[in-house]
Each structure stands twice: as C-alpha cells, then as structure tokens.
Design a protein. Structure first.
Ligand SMILES: [Zn+2]
Length: 302
C-alpha cells in the first residue's frame, strides 16, 4: 500500500519549523512539562496546504521520506538554509525555527521520539534521491509493485531503483560512547568541535568490520591513550545529527596514563561527581549516562 503523508514535518539545518505561538510558549516557559505533553501534530503541517508540484521533478523538487507515527502518515522534508520556497508556497509564514535537540531533550516523550524520527527521515530524503549504483532517481519502495521483497512497517523510508531494482534502506551510522571509570572518577574530554569548555564522554564511529567492543577500545586508545577492561553495554539512542545510532557503554580504566590526542581532543581529565566541568546538553545520551554516574548508579559495579 502506498503511503500518502497526511502531515509534513519540515526541517532546516538542525531546526524544526514549528508554529510561532508554540515556539514562544516553549521558550517563555522553558517548561519541561509542556515539551513532554506537546503532541507531534503540533510541530507538523497539513499536507493539504502544501502544493504537490513542489515535490515533483528532481533535482528542483523537494524530496521527502514517509513514515507512520501513532497511526498518522507523515512526510519529512529538509530545507536548505536559505530556502523559503516551500515556506511561502505552503503557507508556513507563521513557522519559526526551533532546535530539534530542544524538542527532543526528553527522548522518552512522544514529542522527543517523533522529533528524532522525523529529523532522521528528513535527512534520509535528501541523501537518497539517486541510486548509488546506476545513478537513476530513486522512488519510494513502499507500495511499489515492482518490489518483490515484502516490506513491513519497519521498511518505511526504503527506496527503490526502478532501473537496477536495488532497494536502499535508511542508513544509520553506529557510534559508541563510553563512560570510563577509575575509582570514583570518570574520564571527560573536550573535543575541538565542542562549544566553549563543554566536556563529554569518549565517542566515535564504528568502522566497517569492527565489533562495538573493538570500536570502544580503539576510540579510547586513540583519543586518550589508555586501555580499559570490563566493558558493559548500557543503552542506546538514535541521534539524527545527521544519522547516528549512539551505543552507550561503561568501562573501567585498566592501564596507561590518560592524555589527549592533541588532534580531535585538546583536553581531558578525570572528574569526580562533585567537581564536574561544563556538561553535555540534556537529551543527549552522554548527559544521561553522566547523570546516572552522578546519582551513584555505577558506584557498586566492579
Ligand atoms: Zn540503480
């Protein structure tokens, strides 16, 4: 069955376009409760108001990726930074940019889950326009009668190449993030890309052919020059900036003296719970793992 979006979630850069009134409420209150109770429909736009011809004719037309959330079919679109064409033609003049990270600070809320899911689809729509093998324009795989493989709900966003018949599923880039403990201290580092003096956990992308455990050990070795032991999985979180799946671990220092690699990391040190540097933003998996450490959750582990 072909899915037709009833509503559109519209993104620009790292922001979601939301109604001005809602944005003002969210900002003025800085109200966690309001963010937690805002429904996904409130940050999306009726498809009926957006002229369908905006979506035809690559490469000028917008591309979107379709998904279902709580029974409603949504399309997700990512606009270029200076692009106002869809905003004008779709009657979104009332829309203002609001950071997706702030919408998603509570990942367990339906708004948080929706914002991250829709953001991931919006990015996927942009990078899956053409077949990587033969260069033909891709089409939505769902509901396409040429697609032999049965696609279920999880295949939302899958693309099909009408020329060479390949199917492309939405791509994720797995990354490991590790809280390294030494006694009652944890290792926190400042990446050269971080704003200000913010420090966070060691993290890095998994390379092809590597296990998660190998990736974690390699990143810690490369960035901090130490070896770890007793690596244990904690939790995961989708992080569509642009397409990561973060896999959180805890490990214990085993050997070596921690020092920054001087390239990616310009400062790192061991910190106790009562003497932490500037922290990662709430909503990130790094922050949630550090908060668990501060709450004493890992003090009993070996
Ligand atoms: Zn192809």
């Amino acid at each position: 069955m072909i899915l037709h979006p009833r509503r559109f979630a519209v993104f620009q850069g790292q922001d979601c376009l939301v109604p001005r009134q809602l944005a003002e409420q969210l900002h003025s209150g800085a109200d966690s409760a309001l963010l937690s109770t805002t429904v996904p429909e409130a940050i999306s736009w009726l498809a009926a108001g957006i002229p369908p011809e905006l979506f035809t004719g690559a490469p000028q037309g917008y591309s979107y990726s379709t998904f279902v959330f709580q029974g409603i079919a949504y399309g997700a679109v990512l606009l270029k930074d200076d692009d106002a064409r869809l905003i004008k033609a779709g009657g979104l003049e009332n829309a203002v940019n609001f950071p997706v990270r702030e919408l998603a600070f509570d990942f367990s809320s339906q708004l948080g889950r929706f914002a991250l899911l829709a953001k991931a689809h919006a990015h996927w729509a942009v990078v899956s326009r053409f077949c990587g093998a033969c260069g033909a324009p891709l089409v939505d795989a769902n509901g396409n009668e040429e697609v032999r493989e049965p696609l279920d709900d999880h295949a939302h966003g899958a693309r099909f190449c009408p020329r060479c018949k390949r199917i492309f599923f939405p791509r994720m880039s797995p990354a490991v993030i590790v809280l390294v403990r030494k006694g009652n201290s944890i290792l926190l580092e400042h990446n050269v890309r971080f704003p200000g003096k913010r420090h966070s956990l060691i993290a890095g992308f998994v390379e092809i052919g590597e296990t998660l455990e190998e990736a974690a050990a390699r990143e810690i070795r490369e960035e901090a020059g130490i070896e770890v032991k007793n690596l244990q999985y904690l939790r995961s979180q989708p992080w569509p900036f642009p397409d990561s799946l973060m896999l959180g671990f805890i490990a214990e220092w085993a050997s070596g003296e921690a020092h920054p690699d001087g390239v990616e990391i310009d400062h790192l040190d061991w910190y106790t719970a009562d003497n932490l540097p500037e922290m990662p933003m709430r909503g990130s998996i790094a922050r949630s793992i550090i908060d668990r450490f501060v709450a004493g959750e890992f003090s009993g582990t070996r």
